[in-house]
Write a protein that binds this ligand. Structure first.
Ligand code: HEM
Length: 449
C-alpha cells in the first residue's frame, strides 16, 4: 500500500551547487564538519548536497531530527556511512536492522541498565588508579593513546572478564589504519566492491583482518572462562522469550561491536575533556575544588557521582564541543516528507552533533568552553535533539550510562593525582572519521596536582 504524503515545497532543499559527476564531494574536504557547519549556517535547518551518487539532506532543527530518529524511524535504515564500517563491526547492534536488530537489542538491553552498569564502577576506578601508578611527574605522554589503553582495559575486563590487555598496541594501530582506509574509501567518488582486489581494497582487507584476529582472540579467551559478572557472560546466558540464545556468530559480532563502539568513544571524551581543561585553568580549578571537597583524595565510587555536578558538566561540555560521534545518518526506505520537502527512497538524512551542539539558539557563545551552562538544569530545558551525543530514539547508544559513568570516574580518579600541560607548540586538530580523534594525537606533560 502506498503511503500518502503531503509535500509543500517543490524540489530539493537549498544547498551549494556541485559538479555533474562528484556533486559537492570536492567541497566536503577532510574537515567535513566545517562543510556541515557552513551548510547549516548558509542554507538553514534543512540543506541539500550530493556526494557522488548519494543525495544527502543535512538537518539541524531539533524537531526535524526527532521526526527522523523517532516519529518516522521505521522508514529509515542506517546510511551508507554506517554500512561502510560493516567489514569491521559485522552484523552487530550498530549496523543490524529490522526484526533482527530489535531482537538483539531486547536481549542485550538488561545488561546495560543503570543498576547493572553501576557494578562496573570499582573496575573502572581500579584500572584508572593502576594507569596513574605507572606514570611519573614530568613524563611526556600522548593522552589519546593513554586513555585508549585505559578504556580498552576497562572494556576487556567488563565485557570479557579479561585482566590482560593482549596486544593493545597492535589493536590500536591496526584499528586506526582500518578506520583511515575505510574513511578514504567512503570519501572517494567511485569505489569498487571491497571484494574486488584493487591495491586499496587489499590494504583494507589486511588491516581489517588484523583487527578481527586480535579481537577474536579476546572474545575466545573471554568465552573459555567460567561465566561471571561480565557482559559477555550476560549475553551468553540471555534468552529470548522462545528460549533461544545467540549463536556463536551473533555473540562474536555483538562483542566486537560493543568493544569497538565503546572504548574509543570514551577515550576521546576523556582526551578532549583534558584538552579543554588544559586551555581553561579556571574551570580546572573549580573541578579540582569539587574533588577536594567531595572526595578528599579518595577513589571515586558510583555513589559519589550525584555529588559531582561540575564533573558531569565538564563531560557534557566536552561532548558538546568535541562530540566523539560527530554525525549520524539514516537512509529513507520509502518516499517521505521532511520539513515540507520530499525525501525520496534512497536519500540520506545527516544529523551532525558538531553542528547542532554549536547552535547559538540553545548554546549562547557556542564556541566557548563553559561547563557552567549545564549547572542550572539546562538538560531539562533543551529540546530533545538540541544535544544528542548518544543519538536518540530506538537506536540510542546502549552504552550511554556506561560511558558517562566511566568518563566521570576516570576523570576524578586521574585528575586528583595529575594535571596535564599540552605542549605549547603542539598542533591540535580534529580528524573526522566515524569518530573524532585528534589528528596528531594529544601530546602532554604530566604534572602532579
Ligand atoms: C562517550 C562515549 C560514547 C558515545 C559518544 C557514543 C555515541 C553513540 C551514538 C551517537 C550512537 C547512535 C548511532 C546512530 O544512531 O546511528 C551509538 C550507538 C551505539 N553505541 Fe555508543 N557511544 C559511546 C559509548 C558506548 C559504549 C561504552 C558502548 C558499549 C559498551 C556503546 C555501544 C553502542 C552500541 C551497541 C550502539 C548501537 C545501538 C543500537 O543501534 O541499538 N557506546 N553510540
Amino acid at each position: 500500500m502506498s503511503r500518502s504524503i503531503t509535500i509543500a515545497k517543490a524540489g530539493l532543499p537549498p544547498g551549494p551547487k556541485g559538479t555533474l559527476i562528484g556533486g559537492n564531494i570536492s567541497q566536503i574536504g577532510p574537515r567535513r564538519v566545517d562543510f556541515f557547519l557552513d551548510l547549516a549556517r548558509t542554507y538553514g535547518s534543512i540543506a541539500s548536497f550530493r556526494a557522488g551518487r548519494w543525495r544527502l539532506f543535512l538537518v539541524s532543527d531539533p524537531e526535524l531530527i526527532q521526526q527522523v530518529l523517532v516519529t518516522d524511524a521505521r522508514h529509515y535504515i542506517k546510511h551508507f556511512g554506517a554500512r561502510a564500517f560493516k567489514p569491521i563491526l559485522g552484523n552487530g547492534l550498530v549496523t543490524s536492522e529490522g526484526d533482527f536488530w530489535l531482537s538483539q537489542r531486547r536481549l542485550m538491553q538488561p545488561a546495560f541498565l543503570k543498576a547493572q552498569v553501576l557494578s562496573y564502577a570499582p573496575i573502572m576506578a581500579e584500572l584508572a588508579n593502576a594507569m596513574v601508578s605507572k606514570w611519573s611527574p614530568g613524563q611526556a605522554v600522548d593522552l589519546e593513546y593513554e586513555f585508549s589503553v585505559l578504556t580498552s582495559a576497562i572494556a576487556l575486563k567488563t565485557l570479557f572478564g579479561l585482566d590482560d590487555q593482549g596486544d593493545h598496541e597492535g589493536v590500536y594501530r591496526s584499528l586506526m589504519e582500518a578506520f583511515d582506509l575505510l574513511t578514504i574509501r567512503l570519501d572517494a567518488t567511485f569505489t569498487l566492491p571491497i571484494s574486488f582486489p584493487t591495491p586499496a581494497n587489499i590494504k583494507i582487507r589486511r588491516a581489517v583482518a588484523r583487527v578481527i584476529d586480535l579481537i577474536d582472540d579476546f572474545i575466545a579467551r573471554g568465552r573459555s572462562r567460567p561465566l561471571g559478572n561480565d557482559l559477555l557472560s550476560t549475553m551468553i546466558m540471555a534468552q529470548r522469550e522462545d528460549g533461544s540464545r545467540m549463536t556463536d556468530q551473533q555473540l562474536r559480532d555483538e562483542a566486537m561491536t560493543l568493544y569497538l563502539a565503546g572504548y574509543e568513544t570514551t577515550a576521546l571524551t576523556l582526551t578532549w575533556s583534558w584538552y579543554l581543561l588544559s586551555q581553561h585553568p579556571s574551570a580546572e580549578r573549580k573541578l579540582a575544588d569539587e574533588w577536594a571537597r567531595v572526595l578528599g583524595g579518595r577513589t571515586p565510587t558510583a555513589n559519589d557521582l550525584a555529588a559531582l555536578p561540575y564533573t558531569s558538566a565538564v563531560i557534557n561540555e566536552a561532548m558538546r564541543l568535541y562530540p566523539p560521534v560527530y554525525a549520524i545518518g539514516r537512509e529513507a526506505t520509502t518516499d517521505l516528507e521532511l520539513g515540507g520537502y520530499r525525501v525520496k527512497r534512497g536519500y540520506t538524512i545527516l544529523m551532525s552533533q558538531w553542528v547542532s551542539h554549536r547552535d547559538p539558539k540553545y548554546f549562547p557563545d557556542p564556541e566557548r568552553f563553559l561547563p557552567e551552562r549545564w549547572l542550572d538544569g539546562l538538560t531539562t530545558r533543551l529540546p530533545k535533539f538540541a544535544y544528542y551525543p548518544f543519538g536518540g530514539g530506538q537506536r540510542l547508544c546502549i552504552g550511554s550510562h556506561f560511558a558517562t559513568m566511566e568518563a566521570a570516574i576516570v576523570l576524578a580518579a586521574v585528575g586528583q593525582k595529575y594535571r596535564f600541560t599540552i605542549a605549547p607548540d603542539a598542533v591540535i586538530d580534529i580528524k573526522p572519521q566515524i569518530t573524532l580523534p585528534p589528528k596528531y594525537g594529544m601530546p602532554a606533560t604530566l604534572e602532579l596536582r
